[in-house]
Write a protein that binds this ligand. Sequence first.
Ligand code: ADP
Length: 489
Amino acid sequence: MTKKTKEPTLDFTTNWAYEPAPEDTKHITLKKQYDLFINGEFVKPNSKKYFATYNPATEEKIAEIAEADEKDVDKAVKAARKAFEKWSKISAQERGKYIYRIARLMQERAREFAVIETMDGGKPIRESRDIDVPLAANHFFYYAGWADKLEYAFPGRTPKPLGVAGQIIPWNFPLLMAAWKIAPALATGNTVVLKPAETTSLTALKLAELIRDSGLPEGVVNIVTGAGKTGAAIVNHPDINKIAFTGSTDVGKIIQKAIAGTDKKLTLELGGKAANIIFEDAPIDQAVEGIVNGIFFNQGHVCCAGSRLFVQESVADIVIRKLKDRMETLIVGNPLDKNTDIGAINSKEQLSKINKYIKIGIAEGAEIYQSSCAIPGKGNFCKPTLFLNASQSHRVVQEEIFGPVLTIQTFRTIEEVIEKANNIPYGLSAGVWTDKGSKIFNLTSKLRAGVVWANTYNKFDPTSPFGGYKESGFGREGGLHGLMPYLKF
Ligand code: ADP
């Protein structure tokens, strides 16, 4: 007779003997209700109000999140100010050690972060597991390294921290954006009040738990949750020295107006409408993969998404045929399934915005093509969509859709494509596919885009600066450049 052994039920956040598949959510430790993280502890919101966060793939409520009002924000800023006095004075090497510790803890809890990111935001688990979470940890590792090297980074100058940084982030890369913001701020000796987006607060709150566990001195990082009003309370707080914002161009403009006349420093990373340009001498199959990755990565909820495709006329037919074939193979559905390519649209509001643009595109006369895949009956899903024969003046070409919708235009000459690529209010990113290095150099100098990828797309690295021109904002995040917005000289 075989003896029945009890299956070990280990919490994988602390014990790595048990490694669940990423789609296994049983061992995720989520609370029913999340409070604000202020001065090193979780505290109830002044208003006692909470709002729900939903899984966009199942429409199920996951947890309740505290809504911070002006009083809570004030408490967080005061904690950050007090912490700044000590944090800015401890040795830079010591500061670096704390940041390394955060990075290591994030690596250890990577799976938990990945599953929660996917449950709360809708992105495919393959992306949160292989891209978002490792990259977020890498940002902490990278900026930890800079903490005690600032004098080498800026020789002959004496860099000093600004003080308290107010940081407001969007819902498309919740953990990664938190890392982009917090890591350079800490490395340069600033303290932080961060607000995640209202539909995706969970990984930021998990990060708060991790920060508490890391032993980072209390008040150095404070995380307050809520929607636009909470964000505005951070922006308008008189004791904030710097605002770092990533989000829509509309809100970016409101913030810029709100702080006009104050001495707050500002960086804005806003919308985009990137040109992904395929020349006839490009490696076509790789380019098709680049188009797919450019627009369908993270359901197209990417400010630097390659949402405008430009194909040279001589190869347009073959590129479009191969693109349609490839789209047929994309799996749209359960974000927790590791075979899924396109997950859930982040919210009902975003889905209706995308659907509104699909109607606009049809009414404008562009030819619509959607893959024939099935999409789940429940949840927020959208089929991968193309608009063929789009014109430069179409709204679907000019405006950011932030969904899996690609417009396609053709071109004959390099001058024509440069003119069309730049003829847009945005200037965040672009992609160029060609066999000729000279063409790449020629284009990169003429495209008004902060990031230009050559024969690849949507590649991110902590060492590379990222940011835009025109209505895509100003200031750079990432790399050495990403330190500067947090320093005065
Ligand atoms: P999206 O359109 O992608 O949702 P938003 O710009 O509306 O982007 O949101 C990005 C972040 O800005 C979110 O955290 C949101 O809560 C916050 N936010 C929205 N309105 C304001 C505002 N008036 N001031 C400050 N932050 C805001």
